[in-house]
Design a protein around this ligand. Structure first.
Ligand SMILES: Cc1cc2nc3c(=O)[nH]c(=O)nc-3n(C[C@H](O)[C@H](O)[C@H](O)COP(=O)(O)OP(=O)(O)OC[C@H]3O[C@@H](n4cnc5c(N)ncnc54)[C@H](O)[C@@H]3O)c2cc1C
Length: 284
């Protein structure tokens, strides 16, 4: 049982991590896909003090170096789901499970539109983690719609157990797939079913008959991550101590709302960590 887990791999998460380390807490960073933070795409950052002209990639590398030099563990696991167990939290990160007394969520800005049918069929054939739910569709037909390369690994895994795997990339790079996976470069229009389960994925050019659709996004809908987390205009609602409505859960950075800026993310990460320390001391 760790004191804390930090979910995220951007400025907010790294800032929180430095402060937890200095305060001698046991924790790890579950950072997900390292290419996901929008910061990697920033060509030049001029509004962050002390590093004029630095690029986003250089800044994130500097953060990582700093964190690693302090002996902090960064894992690339993506967290799919967190269960509130009352006095601790159980995190599902695909093949790995972790327990922690408190959580700091720093998952960035979840900007996306749900697909037609996605919310209606969530848990009825629509899912966000192929590793977790794929085995339910052994010898069945499935599709993966993916915003990033992470979906390729999920597709290769599903191709070992499912009869048909369709792959619909939402990014420009050519995916690396095996020949059991059918690459579909079409636009998703609708996820259709009979009210109880999915049976069709409709695109702008075809209708794929299938049993499940896995959607891999850069950032999961936050309310999927942890049930009961209160949102405000789509962002996680926090108070000035970065506490959410769930005791022991803190949030920081772009996931708490505007402005979407590095300095704000770093500052909130600091506050979230200090509040987490206070919380841990109070429940000891
Ligand atoms: C092109 C571009 C240019 C920008 N330029 C500037 C600028 O010049 N100045 C400025 O101040 N800001 C700029 N920004 C904004 C800045 O990048 C963000 O405000 C900042 O990165 C927010 O930090 P964060 O830690 O909250 O989130 P992010 O940096 O988005 O990091 C979120 C992290 O969480 C991880 N994650 C998400 N979900 C999960 C999960 N379920 N499990 C595990 N990990 C997960 C992601 O992999 C990612 O590593 C720019 C953004 C973009 C896109």
């Amino acid at each position: 049982m760790m004191d804390a887990v930090i979910i995220g791999g951007g400025p907010a998460a790294f800032s929180a991590a430095l402060n937890l380390k200095i305060r001698n807490k046991s924790f790890m960073i579950l950072a997900g896909n390292e290419k996901v933070t929008g910061l990697m795409r920033a060509p030049q950052i001029d509004n962050y003090p002390g590093m004029p002209g630095i690029s986003g990639t250089e800044l994130i590398e500097a953060y990582r170096r700093h964190v690693e030099e302090m002996g902090i563990e960064i894992k690339k696991d993506k967290v799919y789901n967190v269960l509130n167990m009352g006095d601790y939290f159980a995190l599902n990160a695909g093949n790995e499970f972790y327990d922690a007394k408190c959580l700091i969520i720093a998952t960035g800005h979840a900007k996306f539109k749900y697909f037609e049918g996605e919310r209606e069929y969530l848990g009825k054939g629509v899912g966000y983690c192929a590793t977790c739910d794929g085995p339910l569709y052994r010898n069945k037909s499935v599709a993966i719609i993916s915003q990033n390369e992470e979906g390729e690994e999920e597709a290769r895994f599903l191709s070992e157990i499912c009869s048909e795997v369709y792959y619909l990339p939402m990014y420009k790079e050519q995916p690396e797939l095996n020949d059991k996976i059918k690459l579909i470069n079409e636009k998703v229009v609708d996820i259709l079913g009979d009210g109880t389960k999915v049976h069709t994925l409709k695109t702008d050019k075809s209708e794929l008959k299938l049993d499940a659709v896995f959607i891999i996004r850069n950032v999961l809908p936050v309310n999927q991550l942890l049930e009961g987390l209160e949102l405000e205009e789509g962002s996680i609602k926090v108070d000035r101590s970065m506490a959410t409505n769930i005791p022991g859960v803190f949030a920081c950075g772009d996931c708490t709302g505007k402005p979407y800026q590095i300095a704000k993310a770093v500052g909130e990460g600091n506050v979230a960590a200090l509040s987490a320390v206070k919380y841990l001391d109070s429940v000891r």
